[in-house]
Each structure stands twice: as C-alpha cells, then as structure tokens.
Design a protein around this ligand. Structure first.
Ligand SMILES: Cc1cc2nc3c(=O)[nH]c(=O)nc-3n(C[C@H](O)[C@H](O)[C@H](O)COP(=O)(O)O)c2cc1C
Length: 333
C-alpha cells in the first residue's frame, strides 16, 4: 500500500470542469500519468486504454488519464483518438507530485491501480507501453479475486501466545492507539482510555496475571483499556455502549498490530483491582481488557494445550449458528 488517500484531489478535466477524484470512490480506478498528449507513446497508450475500456468498465473500473497538458490540448487529443474516459489536466503537477511521478518538471509515465476505497494497491513506474494495458487488466482481475476473500489482516490475525520479548518502538505503539482511536463510537463519545504499561509498571501488571496467562510474562508492553458507563451512550433496554465501543477500538488496534506483524492479544484473565492500582486507573472505571503486545515467538515455549491452539486451525462455530437471514439464527443442537 502506497497511499491511503489517493483520491483526495480535484483537477480540471478536458472541458475545464472541476473533476473531484473522490467522485470515483466505490469503483476501481486506473489512474495513469502520461507526459504529453499527442506524442506517439502517449497516443498508443491512450488508444489501448480506450480499446479495452469495456473490459475495465465491465469489472467496475474507471480509467483516468492525467498529464500536464492544458484542458484544451487534452480535448483535442480526446477528440482525435475518440477517447471516452476522463482526461485530467495537472498543469502545476500537484497530483503527479503527490504520486511521486514528477521528475525535473516532467511526468514519468506511470499507472496506479486504486481499490474501491481509494487505496493504491499497485503501481507501475517508467511504464513501457507495449503490453502495459493488458498487464493492468490482469492485475485488476487478480485484485478483484483477492477482494472476495475476508480482509487479509482480519484473516491472519490470531490471539497468539508465543511471544518474543524484543522491545516495540514507542512510535509503533502510538500508531496502534491512533488506529484504536479512529474507531466509531456512539455519538462519537470515544469512551476508551488506554494506559500503556512498560518498564517497572509492566512488571507490576504482570504480577496481577494468573498462572494460566504465564505466556504474557514475556510481553514487552501491555495496554490496559478502561472506561466508565457514563462516558458513553446509556440507552433503553440496557444498551450501555461503552463496552461495545471499546471493543471496536480494540478490534481496530488488533488489525493495525497485525499489519506490522505484531501480536495484540486481549485478555480477561487478570486481577483488575491490582492493575487499576498499579496504573492509577480510577476505582469507578472498569478495566475492560488488557491487550498483551509482543512479536511472534517460539511455540515451543508454550504449554502443550496452548501450543496446539497456536499451531492449530482457527476454531469457530458454524456460520449458521450465529447468522440468521431475516430471522434469529436457529440454535444448533
Ligand atoms: C475479551 C477477551 C478475553 C480473553 N481472555 C484471554 C485470556 O485471559 N487468556 C488467553 O490466553 N486468551 C484470552 N483471549 C483470547 C481468546 O481465547 C481467543 O481470541 C479465542 O480463542 C479465539 O482465537 P483467535 O483470536 O486466535 O481467533 C481473550 C479474548 C478476548 C476477546
């Protein structure tokens, strides 16, 4: 992944109208930069994109060409070559600059494939035109196929227990909390409070772990997640949302941790009063979970039971037991 917000730009199109790239959200985007309209290479590339436009569009993708040419020049280029896809004029090169494809004032022929959320998923720089459009199509097809699966970070995340105690850079831990803090919450109440335990405080927290969580003693850091019911919506029918919203935040934290290969394992097994005391968490707050952080370690260090879980397949109830279509799921006998 190269950029998260590859569509946050507005440029004039060939007719001089403002074209916000965000209008492409929800579609795949083939964003291609070319040096100068009307030159042989750029003409061939544009024609090949045009010839294959039905194939791109049938897969839910839009092709967009960007060059430093004026809208007028782009309009002539489009007319001469019967180009039906949008052409954008980036005369001051701000989009090319953001994508890192401007060199000595010139555009380097490059193509970016963005997913439906606007995230760049593939990049070709210094493109040679022959065979390029076909390669973009093949990559698009592979991306579409991959996206039918559950999100890769969600799929590979596991509550691993074998940990390597190497320190985690402060910056990485901060990023995890930033990800957690981007979670949605009822009325945007953000009821989560995080305390990162390291050094002496970490040792105190570890003293509050029961024998069953022996594996967490190797953790180089532990994050305490605390909240109070009054920090979030309290609605009818016992809908206190603070636990739910903190759960979402921890979910985000775990996905972010997985992205950098870090284990983030939430636990409920600890003495909450001892941890609250150690970390100065107010008595009336609820210490919802501790998230044990660490790098993946050697499963040989684990008990036999935990080793089997660590190396075994994921265990989940059948989907039908938890999912009902238009009716509450039937209880499995
Ligand atoms: C709220 C919560 C509390 C948990 N408590 C513990 C714990 O105290 N000790 C432990 O070893 N694992 C604990 N786990 C990990 C779960 O056992 C684990 O997530 C579950 O078995 C599913 O495995 P997976 O996360 O690898 O898919 C906890 C998980 C959650 C979400």
């Amino acid at each position: 992944m190269l950029f998260d917000f590859g569509l946050d730009f507005t440029l004039p199109d060939k007719d001089g109208r403002a074209f916000p790239l965000t209008s492409l959200l929800g579609r795949y985007v083939v964003l291609y930069f070319f040096p100068r309209a009307g030159t042989p290479g750029c003409t061939r590339e544009a024609r090949e994109f045009q010839e294959n436009l039905p194939r791109f569009r049938s897969q839910g993708a839009e092709v967009v060409g960007v060059s430093p040419d004026s809208p007028m020049r782009l309009a002539r280029f489009a007319e001469r070559n019967a180009l039906e896809f949008p052409l954008l004029s980036d005369e001051d090169g701000k989009l090319a600059e953001a994508y890192g494809v401007r060199s000595e004032g010139k555009f380097v022929r490059s193509t970016f494939l963005l997913d439906r959320a606007g995230v760049v998923r593939w990049a070709w720089r210094n493109v040679l035109v022959p065979g390029h459009v076909e390669e973009v199509l093949t990559t698009l097809e592979a991306l579409i196929k991959a996206e039918r699966n559950v999100n890769a970070l969600i799929a590979v995340r596991r509550a691993k227990r074998a940990l390597r105690p190497d320190p985690i850079p402060q910056e990485d831990i901060t990023r995890l909390i930033e990800a957690a803090h981007l979670a949605p919450s009822c009325f945007n109440n953000q009821p989560w409070r995080f305390v990162v335990a390291q050094g002496e405080k970490l040792e105190e927290v570890k003293k509050a772990l029961p024998g069953g969580n022996y594996w967490a003693l190797k953790a180089p850091a532990i994050v305490a997640v605390a909240s109070h019911p009054d920090l979030d919506c309290r609605l009818s029918d016992h809908r206190d949302y603070f636990l739910f919203d903190c759960g979402l935040a921890v979910g985000f934290l775990m996905v972010q941790a997985t992205q950098i290969g870090l284990v983030a394992h939430p636990i409920a097994g600890y003495d909450p009063l001892a941890v609250k005391r150690a970390l100065g968490i107010p008595e009336d707050y609820i210490l919802i979970t501790l998230v044990v952080l660490g790098w993946p370690g050697d499963p040989a260090d684990l008990s036999e039971k935990h080793r089997e879980l660590e190396l075994g397949p994921r265990i989940r109830r059948p989907l039908a037991e938890v999912l009902g279509w238009n009716a509450f799921p039937k209880e499995e006998k």
